[in-house]
Each structure stands twice: as C-alpha cells, then as structure tokens.
Design a protein around this ligand. Structure first.
Ligand code: NDP
Ligand code: 3PY
Length: 327
C-alpha cells in the first residue's frame, strides 16, 4: 500500500501534485481555507507519512496526532509555523524552500522602499479619485531613495540580496545588524556592521528580514521606534511577529517615523479595519514577498523534491532541521 501524503494548502501546481500522486496516496485538503478543521483531516493526519503545504500552524499537539509522519515539507523558507523542536524530537524532517525565493522577496522589499518614499499607492489613488487637477506641488512630493542610508536587520540570503540592489542599483550606503558578522558580504557589497541601536538612530530606511522566532519577537517595539529618526521609513518583509504593531501605530501617529512599508502582519490575513490599513503613511501588502508565478512554481517544485527525497530515504535538497536529526 502506498504512503499517504497530506496536502494542506493550495500551493502545488498540477504537474507538481501529479509527481506526488503517481507515487503516493494523496489526502488532498487544498480546497479548504482552514484544512485542519475540514472533514476527514484528523483521519488523514493519523495516516500520513508525509505532509506538504504552507500557511497552516503545526504546533506540538498537531504533530502528536500524526504518529506515522516522517517528512513535513513547507512551501516557504520561513518555518515559524512549525514546532521545530517537536518535529526534531520525533525524528521528522522539515523541508523548506531557501534560495529560490531570495531575489523575488528582495524585489518586493525594494518595491516597498520605493512605494513608501515616493508615496506611490497614495498618489495613484489620488489620480484615480480625479484629484489631479493641477501640476503637483509640495503636498505630493516624496523623498529620495538613492544615495540614502539603508539599515538592514538580518543579513542572511534575502538581506544580502536587498543590500546588493540598494548598493549597486541605487547607490545607497548600506549598514546592517545581524546575529553574526558577514565578512564576505561586507567585502563584496561594501557593507558596514553596526549595533542595533546605532542602526536605528542613523538609518534613513530600516528594513527587517530576520526569521520569526522567540528571539526576534517584538524586536521593533516602542523603544526601537523611539530611536529611529522622524524622517526614517520602516520596511517589514520578515514576519509580523517582529513588530509590536501598537508601537508602530503610535510612532506613526506621533510623527516619530515618516512611513512604513509592510508585507507581513501579526495576524494574517488582516481586514480593512486594521489600524495599519487605510492610512497614507503606510503601504500594506498581503504577504506577497515571494508571490510571482515563476517563484511560487520553483518553491512548489523544491518542496515536492524535498518531500519525495525524504520519504524515499534520500538526502533532502533543503532540510531545515538536518543538523538536529543527525544528533
Ligand atoms: N514576506 C515574505 O513573503 C517572505 C518573508 N520571508 C522571511 O524572511 C526570513 C529570512 O529569510 P532568509 O534571508 O532566506 O533567511 P536566512 O536564514 O538566510 O537569514 C536570516 C538572517 O537573520 C539573522 N538573525 C536571526 N535571528 C536574529 C536575531 N535575533 N538578531 C539578528 N539577526 C538574526 C540570521 O543570522 P545568522 O546568519 O547569524 O544565523 C540570518 O543572517 C524568513 O525566515 C521569513 O520569515 C522569507 C521569504 C518571503
Ligand atoms: O517563504 C516564506 O517564508 C514566506 O513568507 C512566503 O514566501
């Protein structure tokens, strides 16, 4: 009898799903927005040897109800939705999708930088509302991006891709803060390492691209926003959990920072009544960092590669907890 694979989101194109279907019995919950409450989910979880998808939380309690699970393959690079310790303890491999989304996510960060600085969304809406009745003046001016100082918090794969775009494309001075120094990136891109507080105080743009973990939870709190300059623009392409959203609203309201460009929020999806939506000093996007046809396809293919390799006992191309499993 073939192994059961649980598909828990609508993230696999047909050809990639077919690669799984020809090897395994699929328990396919991709039609459900909330698969974990769908009829038959608990039975499928109890049978599954593999699971693949994104945007569903896997706390220890869910993992416990999957006694046969060997491989959990996420169609994302971030693994904050999974209890990694509980997976590793059970010897379950966690696949993820680094690298294939790096450039696309960096492009989205630059989009937010430009959109906030040049007030693109606000002014496009202004045109659409028929308010462009005379040449623009100071009321419509933005601020320059080129040759300004960008502070990046989190100099990993995506942080470095953003830094290259900013330094080589826009002539920006890039400073960074990270858990560990990145000497090669410093040399290649011309980066300068600074302490977190110095970065906050001196940057014209602050962009965060760390993973969502206990350590990074509310890294951007009231004190962090207070250290930033009133002209500074804050960009979050990482996870909503890194920001205390009440503190961000307060900083914007008080003129403590100029604007924010946000791709991610604490509780996604958010509604039109969210305090960070509907204001001209915020560009709010629906978590589209990696959301292009090409990149989402590449992510799905890598996630399927991970799942098949893991279930067939071969090395997975990208196993997040490989080091834990070797212990
Ligand atoms: N908006 C979107 O659609 C997307 C969002 N993301 C988010 O971006 C994150 C980063 O992705 P990626 O660049 O590929 O990951 P990487 O692991 O390559 O980079 C993360 C960096 O953050 C650093 N870091 C981790 N914790 C801390 C901390 N407490 N303080 C300072 N630095 C820290 C790491 O340091 P060190 O090198 O020392 O380990 C690492 O350099 C993902 O985890 C995901 O949450 C990713 C893709 C799309
Ligand atoms: O991969 C991730 O972690 C995302 O947030 C979406 O691509």
């Amino acid at each position: 009898m073939s192994s059961t694979v649980l598909v828990f989101s609508d993230s696999l194109p047909d050809d990639q799903k077919a690669r799984l279907a020809e090897r395994y019995t699929l328990a396919d919950f991709s039609a459900y927005d909330a698969p974990s409450t769908a009829p038959g989910f608990d039975d499928a979880l109890a049978r599954a040897r593999g699971a693949i998808g994104v945007s569903m939380r896997w706390p220890a309690e869910t993992i416990e109800r999957a006694p046969h699970l060997r491989v959990l393959s996420s169609v994302s690079v971030g693994v904050d939705a999974y209890d990694v310790a509980a997976l590793s303890q059970r010897g379950i491999a966690l696949g993820h999708t680094p690298d294939v989304l790096t450039d696309t996510t960096a492009d989205t960060a630059m989009t937010l930088l430009l959109a906030t600085a040049r007030r693109v969304v606000e002014l496009a809406e202004w045109v659409r509302a028929g308010q462009w009745t005379a040449p623009v003046g100071r009321d419509q001016f933005g601020v320059n991006v080129h040759h300004k100082r960008l502070g990046i918090v989190g100099m990993g794969r995506i942080g470095q891709a953003i830094a290259r775009r900013a330094a080589f494309g826009f002539g920006m001075e890039v400073v960074y803060h990270n858990r560990s120094r990145k000497p090669e990136a410093e040399d290649e891109i011309g980066l300068r390492y600074v302490e977190f507080d110095e970065l906050l105080a001196d940057a014209d743009f602050v962009c965060v691209v760390v993973p969502g973990t206990d350590d990074t939870h509310h890294m951007f709190d009231e004190a962090a926003f207070e250290r930033m300059a009133p002209h500074a623009i804050f960009i979050n392409i990482a996870r909503g959990s890194v920001v205390d959203e009440n503190a961000l609203v307060a900083a914007l309201d008080a003129g403590g920072i100029r604007a924010a460009g946000l791709d991610v929020f604490q509780g996604e999806p958010i509604g039109a009544d969210h305090p960070l939506v509907g204001r001209n000093d915020v560009v709010a996007l629906p978590h589209i960092g990696s959301a292009t046809f090409e990149t989402r396809y590449d992510m799905a293919r890598l996630a399927v590669d991970n799942l098949i390799a893991g279930l067939e006992g071969e090395p997975m191309p990208a196993c997040y907890n490989a080091a834990d499993l070797e212990l």
